[in-house]
Design a protein around this ligand. Sequence first.
Ligand SMILES: NC(=O)C1=CN([C@@H]2O[C@H](COP(=O)(O)OP(=O)(O)OC[C@H]3O[C@@H](n4cnc5c(N)ncnc54)[C@H](OP(=O)(O)O)[C@@H]3O)[C@@H](O)[C@H]2O)C=CC1
Ligand SMILES: N[C@@H](CC(=O)OP(=O)(O)O)C(=O)O
Length: 362
Amino acid sequence: MAPASGRVLKAGVLGATGAVGQRFIVLLAQNPTFSIHALGASERSAGKPYAAAAKWKMSEPIPEAARSMAVTVCDPAHFGGCDVVFSGLDASVAGDIERAFFSADFAVFSNAKNFRMEPNVPLCVPVVNTDHYALVAGQRAAMGLTRGFIVTNANCSTSGLVVPLKALQDRFGPLRRIVVTTMQAISGAGYPGVPSLDIIDNVVPLISGEEPKMEAEVLKILGGLSADASACAPLADLRVSATCNRVPVIDGHTECVSVEFAAATPPSIAEIKQCLREYTCEAQRLGCHSAPAHAICVAEEEDRPQPRLDRGAGNGMSVTVGRIRECPVFHVKFTLLVHNTVLGAAGSSILNAEYAAKKGYL
Ligand SMILES: NC(=O)C1=CN([C@@H]2O[C@H](COP(=O)(O)OP(=O)(O)OC[C@H]3O[C@@H](n4cnc5c(N)ncnc54)[C@H](OP(=O)(O)O)[C@@H]3O)[C@@H](O)[C@H]2O)C=CC1
Ligand SMILES: N[C@@H](CC(=O)OP(=O)(O)O)C(=O)O
């Protein structure tokens, strides 16, 4: 995809050495819209070549474009010339560092939780709610910025969940109640993450802070904006209950979902499957490079989706939905799979930035 400006955009990556940062490097090195221009991490990594600073965990080799680039601290002064800055920073430092970058007029695309629930910050899953970019104008006006803004992407489990929910909401009207139980991969906890003695041969029924995040983020993403587009307007009538578990899978979060529609007569299972198959989004229609051909892949096999078999769907940008069947308590239940570091993290940030480029925000 050529950006609106027709030139390749220079990208900086904050937190470039971490689990999400490494995924950014792999994806950006293959992306025609961006070139890798600057890499930032902590004082521990600063001054080292990227290959020495990152404990590389991707199955792809370290891209040549980044291998010998020097890592710097995350100071805007080191990111001059960047058209866009992607953040895979640890949440303990992301707030102050990301604020410093957008205050310095950089366009920031963040994976961290710190700004997600700010009313004037788009919490954008790029195959779901790119209409929330309308908030950017007010953000710039409020802060006196000309080029800078911040767009966040969602928690990795939220990112998968909202895709089929958006398709169902658009076609069949408001949803009333959602119950979701996740089985989340260990890469979601970053590196070194969960100790091996905790996770091998085991399931851990707690991911601290995850459940309230999911429950709140869904309402913001599926909601609208205020009439003057200055703030988001989260859904008020949808109730979401999440239970989150850590399982011994490397990549790919699996989620069991039950949905109740607000309508008295719910759609049939056949109508629901057709709706999910037919779902398309604006990023696809604009021809953004990272937009998957199918935002939702409907699996007909009775034992799918599975993380090892389905996490690569759409290069990690599709959500696979299977086991779609009637729910004796709510209306429908299904199982979905999302690649947590692609659509659930770096891939969404990159598609968000491709969308921003197409729409003239960059
Ligand atoms: N993993 C996932 O599936 C998802 C993660 N996220 C979010 O993305 C972010 C990154 O997660 P993840 O990659 O898993 O985490 P990691 O712990 O693997 O990586 C954290 C990164 O932050 C850097 N960092 C830590 N402290 C500092 C500091 N003081 N100054 C500058 N940089 C610092 C680290 O650099 P160094 O190597 O030098 O220490 C590293 O690059 C988090 O906010 C996380 O919540 C969101 C969705 C999904
Ligand atoms: N907590 C998620 C990953 C993550 O970091 O999410 P968040 O950015 O919402 O804190 C997981 O462990 O799988």
